[in-house]
Design a protein around this ligand. Structure first.
Ligand code: GLA
Ligand code: GLA
Length: 672
């Protein structure tokens, strides 16, 4: 069943309103709600006094309308009676200062006493709802994340290092602590990378970021174990924060869950742009689906203007529905809108729900109610159908963390670089999976590993295997620079990948802001009437077996290779030794698709997003018009418009901010 619903906080409203809420939800076609993820103070108002009666009553009302329930464990918002017990429950920031009460997620992830409180509330909730017929699953905590620099974490970090390195000698050697006499003679001496300590040893800093990530994965694991034990019939998930969140290795976080859920706000905080860039949400969708290479839920799908202190530009008519369909187009099997009714109080008074503060249905409710009717008809076809890209991008949290420590160039952003390349494939209407460095790559023809800075032997082997089997691999500058302890390798760059790439980096030039080099291409397909620029970073390449695809034309690097192509095994490896702009990636993507023998799903005008999901051999083609004007797409053959239940053939018109989901037989695949 396709799950379609809303995040609901009955505890924010008088109880006599609950039946009306449930009625309106059912009329909107909702079959699921998420409840209770911040309701610790109401479920355990005082230590060891539990009260689930109010929640039972709310669930009963919802269940009477056939609405199922996902329960959030409330551990993201510990109540004052708990936090007042110990200053050590509070996280310490990077500058060494402890956070104070007033928001949420204030807790230290490694405090053992706090863990006891977590276990207790989760166990009580789990026992109470294990056999409740309306409850189908759990969301653990809420948007786990953060970093804590407290003394308890310092000790836990030292333990973590002991496990990783075995001996202090090994740690000293891998980190290179001989530098500046940092040689540790006792585990207790190993510090946290507080800002008061200045620029840290990169090895220590990367390990701390990994440790922090592991700490939150462990917090989740603690809850997973309780829920699996007490509620074996329920699913367990967590609401991730999309591609943009860069402090937890989401591949690790996803491992213990039944499926990934995430929070999708195309128009997020303080977003005052006139138009939203839908490629950002597309990247998040592909990343979230890639974490387990499995369909996802959106646990919070934007329901209105966002805002805490200030209010974002309002989503235009049609956008909320369009964005929700975009999530589906990329592999969501559940859509839950955040939130039902806009809160009258609290920090998020201006984070708008489907209903405004007054609680009367309006434009946004009607828009989603229309979608609810559509999902009732089309949900079964959609549910469980899969996205099957032939292109993958490798997301390396090790590299991402390493760039947080050393940006290499002040203009360089790993996330922006990654997004820019993804954007090029998005514009070419080619689906992309975002996967881990050691993921099985055999399903793909083209793999792009942007700025794969930290490369392990296992990753290098994985890439080699892929290329030997005939794949096309693309790597970009600053690849292969670091070993797994975040020390620079002692061989020419790109380090472990130099053999594959058939190229060595002779030297590099880190460019000042607003300074560009210009590229000249040797391949006719890449020649452009406009100048194509290189910026941020210029690797000067020395091809061994590779051929030159582009050269620099300016400055002392003029005439030197910038982009190369190497044959390796059955496959090919492209090294892009610089950071380009949208034009470079746009044309590179087109050329690379050709190299890999891939084609766009269909040709479509700019502003129309194209994706496909497969239900067995049946293809569901999604055409999403993100623009404010009607657009046309030419199609081969007959298809059925799933939402309108009409037949179409040849040219189809997509109304402004509308979506078409067309069902056709498997006449072609994106594999080309
Ligand atoms: C100073 C110091 C050196 C080195 C360089 C580069 O000159 O004396 O030890 O740190 O800066 O940072
Ligand atoms: C996140 C949280 C929600 C809410 C929204 C809006 O997605 O999970 O609880 O705070 O942001 O701020």
């Amino acid at each position: 069943m396709f799950h379609f619903g809303v995040d609901y906080f009955p505890e924010h409203w008088p109880e006599d309103r609950w039946p009306e809420d449930a009625r309106l939800m059912a009329e909107a076609g909702f079959n699921v709600v998420r409840l209770a993820e911040f309701a610790w103070a109401k479920m355990e108002p005082q230590e060891e006094q539990y009260d689930f009666d109010w929640l039972d009553r709310a669930i009963a009302i919802l269940a009477s309308h056939d609405i199922r329930v996902v329960l959030g464990t409330p551990t993201a918002s510990p109540p004052p009676w708990l936090m007042a017990q110990s200053p050590e429950f509070f996280r310490v920031r990077e500058d060494g200062r402890r956070v104070t009460f007033g928001n949420r997620r204030e807790y230290c992830p490694n405090n053992p006493v706090y863990h006891e409180y977590t276990r207790r509330i989760v166990t009580h909730m789990a026992k109470h709802y294990a056999n409740h017929p309306a409850v189908i699953g759990w969301q653990i905590d809420n948007e786990l994340g953060g970093r804590c620099y407290c003394p308890i974490c310092a000790r836990a970090f030292q333990e973590w290092l002991r496990d990783r390195y075995g001996s202090l000698d090994a740690l000293n050697q891998r980190w290179g602590t001989i530098f500046w006499s940092h040689t540790y003679t006792d585990w207790d001496q190993v510090p946290l990378p507080l800002t008061t300590g200045g620029s840290p040893n990169p090895g220590l800093a990367l390990d701390f970021l990994r440790f922090s990530s592991d700490s939150y994965v462990a917090v989740q694991q603690m809850q997973v174990e309780i829920l699996r034990d007490k509620c074996p019939a329920h699913f367990v998930t967590h609401n991730f924060m999309g591609f943009g969140y860069d402090q937890i290795d989401y591949f690790d976080m996803a491992r213990d869950l039944d499926f990934v859920a995430w929070d999708n706000y195309p128009r997020g905080f303080w977003d005052m742009r006139a138009d939203v860039d839908p490629s950002q949400a597309a990247l998040s969708c592909d990343t979230m689906r890639g974490l387990k290479r499995q369909n996802v839920w959106v646990m919070e799908q934007q329901a209105g203007p966002s805002g805490w202190e200030t209010v974002s530009t309002a989503p235009r008519p049609g956008e909320l529905r369009l964005w929700a369909y975009q999530s589906i187009a990329h592999g969501a099997d559940g859509i839950v809108f955040f939130r039902w009714r806009t809160a009258r109080f609290g920090t998020e008074e201006y984070w708008h729900g489907l209903l405004d503060h007054h609680g009367r249905p309006g434009r946004r409710y009607e828009e989603i109610k229309r979608m609810g009717g559509e999902i009732k008809k089309a949900g079964e076809q959609l549910h469980g159908s899969t996205v099957k890209p032939s292109v993958a991008m490798i997301l390396s949290y090790d590299s991402r963390f390493a760039f947080q420590i050393q940006a290499n160039n002040p203009q360089f952003s790993y996330s922006a670089h990654f997004h820019q390349i993804h954007h090029a494939f998005y514009d070419h209407h080619v689906p992309v999976d975002v996967v881990a460095p050691t993921a099985d790559l055999s399903a793909y023809k083209l793999v792009v590993a942007p700025a794969l800075h930290v490369v392990s032997e296992a990753t290098a082997e994985n890439l080699k295997r892929f290329i030997r089997a005939g794949g096309v691999l693309v790597v970009t500058s600053r690849t292969g620079v670091k070993d797994t302890a975040n020390a620079v390798v002692d061989v020419p760059l790109p380090g472990l990948l130099a053999g594959l790439c058939g190229v060595e980096v002779e030297e590099y030039d880190s460019l000042p802001p607003n300074v560009c080099n210009e590229l000249e291409f040797t391949v006719p397909e890449l020649r452009s009437p406009h100048p194509v620029f290189a910026s941020v970073w210029c690797d000067v390449l020395k091809p061994n077996s590779a051929t030159v695809i582009a050269r620099y034309t300016q400055d002392y690097t003029a005439g030197k290779p910038a982009i190369t192509l190497n044959q390796f095994g059955q496959g090919q490896v492209v090294y892009v030794g610089t950071v380009g702009d949208a034009d470079l990636y746009e044309s590179l993507a087109g050329w690379l698709l050709g190299l890999a023998g891939l084609q766009p799903i269909v040709a479509a005008p700019e502003g129309v997003e194209v994706t496909e999901r497969w239900q067995g051999d049946d293809r569901l083609l999604f055409l999403l018009n993100h623009t404010g004007h009607a657009q046309e797409v030419d199609l081969d053959g007959h298809s059925t418009d799933l939402l309108r239940e009409t037949a179409c053939e040849g040219k189809v018109t997509i109304a402004p901010r509308d979506v078409l989901i067309l069902l056709a037989g498997s006449s072609r695949s994106s594999g080309g």
